[in-house]
Design a protein around this ligand. Structure first.
Ligand code: PMT
Length: 402
């Protein structure tokens, strides 16, 4: 609910991508925003006001006056109501009018009187998009502070393929939430390091020692902290997941040594770290230059211990910094987790056990206990990894307040 309490005005103009504005409204509502919609006459031909009114849970505004009762739809109060005005799609025509100050419909008069940030997602045929007039108009708006969500390349309604396809509604919604996260949030001004995913320890050019970590838990923590305004340095092993929040900067690594090097370089400039990566404790002593061929029955690979990243950061930790780790256990969970908390000089440890159904690797859920350095234990029920990440973010906020 990153947009809880935010008033977002969605302006819809007459382009085929108008149908995607319905998905944008739904995404914004899902994030907790209150949404109002203003449409041009032409937009009504592509998507009905009824659809937009139903999704936004507010009447849709099109005319300066209500044709039924003559009530004035005040563009001034609409502009003042809005925390952000998002125009999707923004046609070449509307962009040109915005750039030149034409005020011949409610969407445009609202733009001219809005005091809030304005975002546009241009959508048009590739040649219209590439035309110097359109490019110049977009540049004019950019220079006036309008946030431009660049169109994607791809299949266009004309049958042609190229740049002009409106950005997907999910990424426009993300740009809206990223805007507010970078301006406000309970962790604004904080920099937090996260490690996530597995490490791969090379055996030869085609094989490695790895584990089942998908990165879902670590990326959820990174997003949760980023959405609260923190700048997140995410050091990630090889994973398929992607960070959703724009405040998350990802450094990709493969081995434990690379993860250690990246984490130790970043940690001194951070307020703290959460180490959720499943780091291989051992790596092959030597890496074969060529693929190891099958010879005889057994293959012996000698392993050497990897650096303990958590313990290394625990030694580097300054009094102003916090350090949190995870404990993935299969037995004697509580005592093992408490031992790791002490040995690695952590402020708290998040225990998850493979004995619990729906917890641990790969799944979208987790069941954790947070154990404090004071010995206090908070048990949480099975939740989505994003909800677990929110609980961890709450704990971090408390630590940083002290
Ligand atoms: O990625 P997912 O599929 O979403 O799965 C999430 C998870 C199960 C990987 C995650 O919730 C989790 O438990 N991560 C820690 C896994 C682990 O390696 O635990 P551990 O008990 O072996 O390690 C204890 C702590 O020391 C951890 O914070 C770990 O990151 C850290 N460590 C361990 C070894 C090492 N060489 N360096 C470390 O920093």
């Amino acid at each position: 609910m990153i947009l809880k309490g935010k008033h977002i005005l969605v302006g819809v103009t007459g382009g085929i991508a108008a149908y995607k504005s319905a998905v944008l409204v739904r995404e914004l509502k899902k994030q907790g925003a209150e949404v109002k919609v203003v449409m041009t006459e032409m937009a009504k031909k592509f998507i009905t006001p009824l659809t937009m009114a139903t999704l936004s849970q507010n009447p849709v505004l099109v005319d300066f006056f209500d044709p039924e009762n003559g009530a004035w739809n005040s563009h001034v109060s609409l502009g003042l109501w809005s925390d952000m005005y998002v125009i999707v799609p923004a046609t070449a025509n509307t962009i040109a009018k915005m750039a030149t100050g034409v005020a011949d419909n409610l969407l445009l008069t609202t733009y001219l009187s809005a005091r809030c940030p304005v975002m546009i997602a241009p959508a048009m045929d590739l040649d219209m998009m590439a035309h110097p007039a359109t490019q110049q108009n977009i540049e004019t708006l950019r220079q006036r502070g309008v946030i431009i969500i660049d169109p994607d390349e791809g299949f266009l309604a004309s049958g042609l393929s190229g740049k002009g396809r409106m950005a997907e509604p999910e990424s426009i919604a993300r740009a809206v939430s990223d805007y507010f996260c970078s301006k406000e949030g309970s962790l604004l001004g904080r920099r937090i390091l996260i490690t996530a995913g597995p490490t791969y320890e090379k055996i030869d050019p085609v094989r490695f020692i790895g584990n089942y970590s998908s990165g879902k838990m670590g990326y959820a923590i990174a997003d949760a902290l980023g959405w609260r305004g923190a700048t997140v340095e995410l050091v990630s092993g090889p994973v398929q997941v992607k960070a959703k929040c724009g405040n998350v900067k990802v450094t990709k690594v493969e081995s434990a040594v690379q993860m250690r090097d990246a984490a130790t370089a970043l940690f001194p400039d951070c307020d703290g770290a959460v180490l959720s990566a499943a780091v291989a404790d051992f790596a092959p002593k030597s890496v074969a230059d060529v693929k190891i061929k099958r010879k005889g029955d057994d293959l012996k690979i000698e392993l050497a211990p990897n650096p303990d990243i958590a313990a290394t950061l625990g030694k580097m930790k300054k009094p102003s910094q916090f350090l949190a780790g995870f404990a993935l256990e299969t037995n004697d969970e509580m005592s093992n987790a408490k031992a790791k908390l002490q040995a690695k000089n952590l402020d708290f440890i998040v225990l998850n056990s493979l004995q619990d159904k729906g917890a641990g690797f790969m799944v979208d859920t987790n069941k954790v206990s947070i154990i404090d350095v004071s010995g206090a234990v908070s048990d949480f029920p099975l939740k989505s990894k994003l909800e677990v990440a929110e609980d961890i973010a709450d704990k971090i906020e408390l630590l940083l307040k002290d």
